[in-house]
Design a protein around this ligand. Structure first.
Ligand code: SF4
Length: 114
């Protein structure tokens, strides 16, 4: 089973109702739904925090401390589809930063639940 790290938008996770951090990303990974083409094991869930500068080091640190390197990184749907969007960087920018830092592929989005 593929091991994945998920990254959520902390600004949304802390203020949103029915935040994806509660179940949506996790259910999509467990069931192989949404952006997951098969069930995946979530080995870390990292919260981005404004202005996002610590994200790449925190994702790297989660892999180091857990001693589990994920096969891929997923940016949560709340991070990718946010309206209004993140004022600091686009999802594509965050993906590029994470790809450069980790060498892993970054998938934009996790679930399609409402
Ligand atoms: S930097 Fe952007 S993606 Fe990260 S927590 Fe803040 S608003 Fe969300």
């Amino acid at each position: 089973m593929k091991k994945v790290a998920i990254v959520g938008c902390g600004a949304y996770m802390e203020s949103g109702y029915g935040c994806p951090g509660e179940w949506r990303c996790l259910k999509a990974a467990a069931m192989g739904e949404g952006k997951f083409d098969e069930p995946a094991q979530v080995v870390s869930f990292v919260k981005c925090e404004c202005p996002g500068r610590s994200l790449a080091p925190n994702v790297g640190m989660a892999a180091k401390l857990s001693e589990i390197k994920p096969d891929a990184i997923y940016l949560s749907s709340c991070m990718v589809n946010a309206k209004p969007g993140c004022p600091y960087a686009s999802a594509e920018d965050f993906a590029k930063i994470l790809e450069n830092k980790t060498g892993l592929s970054v998938i934009l989005g996790t679930h399609e639940y409402h």
